[in-house]
Design a protein around this ligand. Structure first.
Ligand code: SAH
Ligand code: SF4
Ligand code: F3S
Length: 468
């Protein structure tokens, strides 16, 4: 097994029988503090937990205050232009800390690091180390290089790396919900998307290590895991396990462990997955199924490899096999050449599905993608904005309709903690992933399930009371 705190050089020395003479590699970092923050998707967040684990093996401890940090890592996202802008703005805030503490190490990790590579060092003088998503095991060497006064970069992508053997350090945890990364990379080539370039080829993690992680989490008191991948339906582990089978293996860890997953791809989601969800009460009735556009021509330009009819067929299958399943989506508006009629087809798709929730974006051209090479980003900004407003307004109506449907029904809620607004209320989520708020009852604690009668709602939250 890989021992993440022994670098290549020490490793060789150790093999020559000099192990006893080695100073403990963690000693020199003892007491050094790591501040790490993540942007972008849940996968980045989950990666930061792997990075924290590697750094703690090196002797670091984590801190929530960047002003007292010896190392600041920022795990970055490249998905849209504004995601990168946020990272650059954030880096500016770290300048002051560096001027007070010249020994401070500033590192950029993740997708933007992978996209910009060594250019990052030229563009942002503050940055000392640039590390891509598949190179985190190299952190001990990279930090050594920086400590010796160098700048360091490792952005090699891998076809095998899944970090399967690294035990993530849970960051910002409530001790109840955790992410488990089940695969990395993406082999789809959606024309708008930078992920295949920043995350590399798709690879699936050893199924047994996933089940083991879920089981360890359950034994530590966690009650919900979310299995993560860019396209979970194409999970395929060499032992012959597909996603439906993996889902079942994780669901069998305990009926008291809720299992969620993200993201499903419309071209790949199978009836087998849906039947597996229907069979297991603890696999939550919630599917995130990004549509991107409701128009077949635009979907083709996007290289999504399904059309409107196919997507509707998948929605119908979900409705038939899992009645009451919540469905959310991602929408991109103003993609290259999108006409007004095509935009209306996205709205009519939204009317058909009546999504519980949606993430909605204006198209943002990303350098190096197929769309950037082939098509002009020709929809004017004000048209993109107006279309987005129409989409957001429509979604608000649908979210409200979906909330109203839950009123008068008893919800099985996993208590996450206290409501943000009041210590007199608990907050939790129902099976469909809606937030539910209800008065604290001393008999129940966070991490337990309770039955809550939903009595009213706001646009995004159900409000109710415990019923026994
Ligand atoms: N793997 C997931 C999506 C990951 S990225 C899937 O295939 O559905 C998350 C979302 O960001 C995408 O679903 C898409 O809606 C949005 N997105 C990706 N690239 C974008 C771009 N160039 N401009 C605007 N939104 C984009
Ligand atoms: Fe990007 Fe498409 Fe892969 Fe999703 S499936 S990560 S949108 S290339
Ligand atoms: Fe962003 Fe990379 Fe995730 S580009 S959305 S952090 S995979």
């Amino acid at each position: 097994m890989f021992n993440s705190h022994i670098g290549e050089k020490e490793h060789n020395e150790a093999r020559q029988g000099e192990a006893l003479m080695l100073e403990n590699p963690s000693d020199k970092n003892n007491g050094r503090k790591l501040f790490i923050e993540s942007y972008g998707c849940a996968m980045n967040f989950s990666d930061s937990e792997i990075v924290a684990s590697i750094m703690m093996d090196m002797g670091f401890e984590t801190t929530a205050d960047f002003k007292e940090a010896d190392v600041i890592f920022i795990n970055t996202c490249s998905i849209r232009e504004n995601a990168e802008q946020r990272v650059r703005n954030r880096l500016k805030e770290f300048k002051g800390v560096k001027s007070k503490n010249p020994g401070l190490v500033v590192g950029v990790l993740g997708c933007m690091a992978e996209r910009l590579k060594a250019k990052f060092l030229e563009e942002e003088k503050l940055v000392d180390v640039v590390v891509g998503p598949d190179a985190y095991r190299d952190l001990p060497n990279l930090i050594d290089l920086v400590d010796e006064g160098n700048k360091a970069v490792n952005v090699l992508l891998s076809r095998e790396e899944t970090y399967a053997d690294i035990n993530p350090v849970r960051l910002n945890t409530n001790g109840i919900s955790a992410f488990i990364s089940i695969m990395r990379g993406c082999d789809n080539m959606c024309s708008f998307c930078v992920v295949p370039f920043t995350r590399g080829r798709e690879r699936s993690r050893d199924a047994h290590s996933i089940v083991q992680e879920a089981s360890d989490l359950f034994n530590q008191g966690y009650r919900e895991v979310t299995l993560l991948g860019q396209n979970v339906d194409s999970y395929k582990w060499e032992g012959g396990v597909n996603f439906a089978q993996l889902l079942e293996m994780v669901a069998l860890v305990s009926p008291a462990l809720r299992v969620r997953f993200s993201t499903s791809h419309p071209k790949d989601i199978t009836d087998e997955v849906l039947h597996t969800m229907a069979r297991h009460e603890n696999i939550c009735n919630y599917i995130h199924l990004p549509v991107q556009s409701g128009n077949s021509r635009v979907l083709e330009l996007m290289n999504r490899t399904y059309d409107r009819e196919w997507y509707i067929n998948r929605i119908d299958a979900i409705r038939n096999i899992i009645p009451g399943c919540a469905i959310s989506t991602d929408v991109i508006t103003g993609f290259c050449t999108e006409t007004e009629e095509e935009h209306l087809e996205t709205l009519s798709m939204m009317d058909y599905v009546q999504y519980d929730f949606a993430y909605m974006f204006k198209y943002s051209e990303r350098p190096g993608t197929l769309a950037a090479k082939r098509y002009a980003d020709d929809i004017p900004e004000e048209v993109k904005s107006r279309r987005l407003t129409e989409i957001v307004d429509r979604q608000q109506q649908h979210s409200h309709i979906r909330m109203l449907e839950q009123i008068g029904k008893v919800q099985k809620v996993l208590i996450d903690g206290f409501s943000k607004k009041s210590k007199n209320d608990y907050a939790g989520r129902n099976d469909q992933n809606a937030t539910v708020i209800f008065p604290v009852d001393e008999r129940y604690k966070p991490g337990q399930y309770v039955n809550v009668l939903a009595e009213r709602c706001t646009t995004a939250t159900l409000i109710g009371k415990i019923v026994d």
